[in-house]
Structures are given as structure tokens and as C-alpha cells.
Design a protein around this ligand. Structure first.
Ligand code: 5AD
Ligand code: SF4
Length: 468
């Protein structure tokens, strides 16, 4: 028994029946789709479900946007000037639609959840016939049937933000898969739009997650990344279970070699999670732990609910329990009210922790969030300068961190070969996320190799394969 609300099975079934009816119309895959995804892994994951539904409805994936019969933009609104860019992208499809009146242009994802956006798009772009939000993907068959029948459809999230299980998926990575464990977020960090566009946190059941992971691993996937806005609060809305228990439950799935997760909120990363990372052999020694700022006043104004000292204590404990662990982080500079001195606290934290990598952002006000209404906004040129200074520091720290890897040995999952420089230069990651380049046969992509580090390079490591 759980508290999470689910879309009723009969409704999912109804949608799939509609899909199968479309399949007969579209069969034998004479129509193609092109889905372009913006934003985070959550959106990448949503696009896999969207593509799965389109495939079940009889569409195949198009080689290019120009030749597609259905073009869908899956949007993001977390940062930057994404709206302007999206409008440009949609406008650019006008001619293609004129040349091919049967073309379906659709827009979906986070940005479509913003107040008035769906209406605005339909009004401004007559060539768009499909608009939908983040939590109604399961209704795509019904929407598609209406659009193919000549209607223009706009559907944003339903009030209850229920979880839809059992939808088809089209994943193109053969070695690695993302698996959702929670949807939405309850944290309301004052700069963040996510809780408004993705709703309150809902956890999937441990059993559903385990079944999905087992099925993926039975089909050749060996690396799983568990996804949630805050994986550490997994199961807070359920009657039983916890993130630590979930890691332990998944660790022994047959054929699974690597279990990753992101993102972790420092306020919920407790000792049980630390134990679970240290004691489960397949859990990777990497934690993406967004710090956002190194200054307590800013952290408070961001509503992050931890202090600099508490953050550093988590890092200390994790390093004590898991010696080769690496950390990556997200940092925002120029949050409202951030003085030069407060920014220096962020620099000193980055200096102290030594992150393997940092994703750094200039604060960008999001309409409707608390921080956007704060009076002491920081000028753009100050944000830009702070960002440059922070990035320069992180480059130096990455180089410093790489130097300690000389002689390090470990297993690498080969992700690709560097075609720009040398066909035979393979690259892949150690479990703790460090990237290494080494000579080898391109046939080895998607397999594992044991690699020793010979020397550091600026952003990564150079090594050689050992033991054959
Ligand atoms: N401005 C800048 N960065 C932001 N992020 C989220 N919202 C904003 C914003 N309004 C960053 C945070 C978060 C990452 C996914 O994006 O660092 O961790
Ligand atoms: Fe946004 Fe904070 Fe939730 Fe992350 S934890 S999605 S930053 S509100």
C-alpha cells in the first residue's frame, strides 16, 4: 500500500488501445518523428516515453528534422533565455509546414506548464497543433488521434499529478539507462521553477522500480542511473522504504554492474545513505551534491535548509566511508543579495572540497519564484565576472584533482572513441565518474576494460588497458 496516486490501469490500457488503433493507420511505419530534447536528464527520460508511445503508434524515428512527419520540442524552463530560443525554433518550422501541410508540430515539457504559455504558443504559431505538459504524456495517443483528425490540442498537467506506470519506452542507449524513482519536488528552493512545473514529489514503489531495473538488465543494460529531483527524499510519501533501502534492494539485480543516482539534496543525505553507498558493491562512488552557494546567508535565502558547515560535514563523512569517492556539484552565482564577500565564501568552499566537476550558473530570475521578487538583484555584468572567476578556479581544481590519479587502476565502461583526433582512442568512465582516454579497438565501445592511469590531461586522464 502506498500513498502515491497512480493513473488507473484501465486508463493506461485505454490509451494503449488507441495507440494500437493508430498503428493500423500509420502502419507500416510510413510516418516518422523527430523529438528534440532540451534541459536535464528528467526531460531526456520523458522523451524516451514519448518516443516509446509514438513507436507503438506506428511511427519510426526520423534521420533528420527536415524529413520528419511529426516534430516535437520537449522544453525546459529552469534557466536562461530558453523561451526566446524556443520561439525562434518554432518560427523556423513555418516553411516546412507550408511545404508539407500534413506535418505535425508539437511542443511539450516544463515550459508548457508556465501560466498562459500553451495558449500563447497556439495563438502565435498557427502551424503548431499539439501542446502538452510534463504529466500528461500518457495521454499522447488520445492527443495524437485528435491531431491526426485535424484538431489543435493543448493539454497541460492534471491537478493531481498522478504517476503513470506501464508506458512504452524507446531508449537508444544500449549500455546505460535512466530510471525515475521520484517525480516532482517539495523543496521550493527560492530560485527554482521545478516544483511549479513538475508538481509535488511522488515516489514510485520499490517493487515497480525493481521490476523496471530487472527488465532493463535482462536486456543488456549494465549501468542504471536512478533519477529524482532529490533522490534522498525517495519514499517520504510512501508508507515504507527509503533511498538507502532502495539502493540495497537494487544492488543484487542480475547483470547490473553500476548503480548511479542523481541529484542528492544535502539536507536529506543521511548516514543510512552513506552506509548504503559504502556497503553495496555496485553503487558507484560518485555523488552529485549541489551546494549552490558557500555562504550561509545566501543558503538561507535560497531555502536550502543546510549550512556550509553541514555540507562540509557530509563530504567529510562520505570521504571517510568511501575513500575514492568523487563529488560533482551545481553552483549559482549572483543570487539576489550576494555580495563580493559572500561570493568569496563560494570560492573558498570550492577550493576546500575539490569537486571533480562543477556545473556553474549565473542566477536567472524565474517568474513566480520567491527569489525573482527579491529587491537586491545582482547586475548581469557582476554575475558574468563571478561566473568566470569561479570557472577558472574549478579548472585549476580539476587539474589538481587529476594529478592524484597517476597509477590509479579500475574498471571503465567504454562510451565511445574520439573520432576527431584518433579513431583508436577510446574513452570511458571509472565508477567514480572520472573520465579516462586510452588506446584500443573501436569495437570495444559499450564493453568494460581495466585501465591504468598514466598521466593527467586538462579535463580528463590518459591511460592504458591492463589485463588484456
Ligand atoms: N538560475 C540559475 N540556476 C538555476 N538552477 C536552477 N534554477 C536556477 C535559476 N533560476 C540551477 C541549480 C540547479 C540546477 C539544475 O540548475 O544550480 O541545481
Ligand atoms: Fe529545484 Fe530545489 Fe527542488 Fe532541486 S531541490 S528541483 S533546486 S526546488
Amino acid at each position: 500500500m502506498t500513498n502515491s496516486k497512480y493513473i488507473p490501469e484501465e486508463e493506461i490500457q485505454r490509451q494503449m488501445t488507441l495507440c494500437d488503433a493508430l498503428y493500423k493507420e500509420i502502419h507500416p511505419r510510413h510516418l516518422t518523428f523527430f523529438v528534440e530534447t532540451f534541459g536535464c536528464q528528467m526531460n531526456v527520460r520523458d522523451s524516451e516515453t514519448i518516443k516509446g508511445i509514438l513507436f507503438r503508434a506506428g511511427y519510426s524515428e526520423s534521420e533528420s528534422k527536415e524529413t520528419a512527419d511529426l516534430i516535437l520540442f520537449n522544453t525546459c524552463c529552469v534557466r536562461d533565455h530558453a523561451e526566446k530560443r524556443l520561439m525562434g525554433n518554432i518560427g523556423a518550422l513555418r516553411e516546412q509546414k507550408e511545404a508539407n501541410p500534413a506535418l505535425i508540430v508539437g511542443i511539450c515539457g516544463c515550459m508548457m506548464q508556465q501560466e498562459g504559455m500553451a495558449k500563447k504558443i497556439l495563438k502565435r504559431f498557427p502551424h503548431v497543433s499539439l501542446v502538452f505538459g510534463t504529466n500528461v504524456v500518457f495521454r499522447l495517443p488520445q492527443m495524437l488521434a485528435a491531431v491526426l483528425g485535424g484538431e489543435r490540442v493543448a493539454l497541460t498537467n492534471e491537478e493531481d499529478f498522478a504517476i503513470a506506470e506501464g508506458l512504452p519506452q524507446l531508449r537508444d542507449n544500449v549500455r546505460s539507462a535512466f530510471v525515475n524513482i521520484t517525480f516532482g519536488c517539495n523543496n521550493y528552493c527560492t530560485y527554482c521553477i521545478v516544483p511549479f512545473v513538475r508538481g509535488r514529489e511522488r515516489s514510485r514503489s520499490m517493487a515497480d522500480i525493481r521490476t523496471e531495473v530487472e527488465a532493463l538488465c535482462a536486456n543488456g543494460i549494465t549501468e542504471i542511473t536512478l533519477l529524482g529531483q532529490n533522490v534522498n527524499s525517495y519514499a517520504n510519501d510512501l508508507e515504507e522504504g527509503s533511498f538507502a533501502e532502495l539502493l540495497t534492494l537494487l544492488n543484487d539485480v542480475s547483470n547490473l554492474k553500476r548503480l548511479r543516482f542523481m541529484s542528492s539534496h544535502p539536507k536529506d543525505l543521511n548516514d543510512d545513505v552513506i552506509m548504503a553507498i559504502a556497503s553495496n558493491s555496485h553503487v558507484c562512488h560518485h555523488v552529485h551534491l549541489p551546494v549552490q552557494s558557500g555562504n550561509d546567508t545566501i543558503l538561507k535565502r535560497m531555502n536550502r535548509k543546510y549550512t556550509r558547515a553541514q555540507y562540509l560535514e557530509i563530504i567529510r563523512k562520505l570521504r571517510a566511508a568511501v575513500p575514492d569517492i568523487e563529488f560533482t556539484t551545481d553552483i549559482i552565482v549572483g543570487f539576489p543579495g550576494e555580495t563580493e564577500e559572500m561570493f568569496r565564501d563560494t570560492l573558498s568552499l570550492v577550493e576546500e572540497v575539490g569537486f571533480a566537476a562543477a556545473f556553474t550558473f549565473a542566477y536567472s530570475p524565474r517568474v513566480g519564484t520567491a527569489a525573482a521578487a527579491m529587491h537586491d538583484q545582482v547586475p548581469e555584468e557582476v554575475k558574468k565576472r563571478r561566473l568566470q572567476e569561479l570557472n577558472a578556479l574549478q579548472v585549476r581544481k580539476t587539474v589538481e584533482n587529476n594529478a592524484k590519479y597517476i597509477g590509479y587502476e579500475g574498471e571503465v565502461l567504454i562510451e565511445g572513441c574520439d573520432v576527431r583526433t584518433d579513431e583508436t582512442l577510446l574513452y570511458g568512465k571509472y565508477p567514480n565518474i572520472k573520465m579516462v582516454y586510452f588506446p584500443g579497438n573501436p569495437d570495444r565501445v559499450n564493453t568494460y576494460a581495466k585501465v591504468r592511469v598514466l598521466r593527467p590531461s586538462k579535463n580528463s586522464l590518459i591511460g592504458e588497458e591492463i589485463d588484456g
